[in-house]
Design a protein around this ligand. Sequence first.
Ligand SMILES: *Cc1c(COP(=O)(O)O)cnc(C)c1O
Length: 402
Amino acid sequence: MPGTELFGAEERKEINDVMETGILFRYGHDALRNNHWKAKDFEAEVKKITGAKYAHAMSSGSTAIAAALAASGIGAGDEVIVTPFTFIASVEAVLFIGALPVFAEIDETLCLSAQGIEKAITPKTKGVCLVHMCGGNAEMDSIMAVVKKHNLILVEDAGQAFASSYKGTYTGLFGKAGSYSFDFFKIATAGEGGVLVTNDEETYKKADVYSDHGHNHVGAKRGMEDHPYLGFNYRISELHAAIGLAQTRRVPGIKEKNRHNKKFLQNILSKNKNISFAKLGDEAGDSATFLNIFLPDTNSAQRVVDEFNASGVAGFDYWFLNNYHFINQWAHLKNLSTVSKLPIQVLEKPQDYNKMQLPKSQEVIGRLISFGIRCTWTEAQMTELANKISACVDKALKSVNA
Ligand SMILES: *Cc1c(COP(=O)(O)O)cnc(C)c1O
């Protein structure tokens, strides 16, 4: 979680600007705010990095992906192809806007594959919610070919992939709209926050209205603004935006350090014949927030995890057993255990979530172990970590063969 490693004077300065005027609201109050517009500046900084035409900051990555889906025209009863490996927010967003998730297969990029998407298409498919996992990027050329061939709406959850790009285009900008998360665990944090990006003016305007009770933000009097559509409150506060702004300015530097550190670890670990690495759609665009290693199979990965725990190796995730990132532990989703009825429960379920088979995704996530890259690591720390990882893999796999 690199952003939080670098929390300092710059973040405090931006927060103090807001505290001095007391204007915590992102809209209006022009005379009182001393010209501080933190949400607007945060959005401008995101546009500067990604090249997006439009960016809209919101309360979270979850609300940003929900708004991206809605503003793209996806709603009740629409089938949306989703991934079994994601932070569950992207599936919840599909469900809570009333749409129907259809799970498809991922590949070694840790993202949905073009082939997986194509196999999941039915006459009712309206869109794809593509998630760029672990700081990387999906194989966009082949995915875009399928999206175009079948005339689907693409929405990208780049919650973990801010500042990651594919052949020069930033994640989030391939489809109708995309989203980034700035929660506490991402490359940059606002405390809580998210940003929607799009190159389409109409989609941006809908997202703007949708995320603030229908307000179109035209005119000087909030209570007299026009409301072209119904919306809800997904607003970000100026305090959160202030932190997000300071943190986002650090991202180009963080990314460079991350990439250096990831390469450094990979150089050592690639000497171990039992370790390989997750693929990237485009290695040159990796934001390198995670080092993703593959073991030969699920059984050996689980033995390696046990060995890491026994030897005190920390800072890794074994997503296969994680309650929030992989479908195997999502009984609440499979059984649709909800606090109150959702559209999917009065419409037709598109898939039997308890019976569907995703063997490729099982195989890929079963042998994946991810280490969060720290941008403040020294070379000595990284050498020690890589050597420990390698030794644990040797020990765990030797006991398998014995
Ligand atoms: C973090 C994350 C989210 C949710 O973001 P929040 O800001 O925590 O709401 C959504 N999707 C993915 C892939 C994420 O990693």
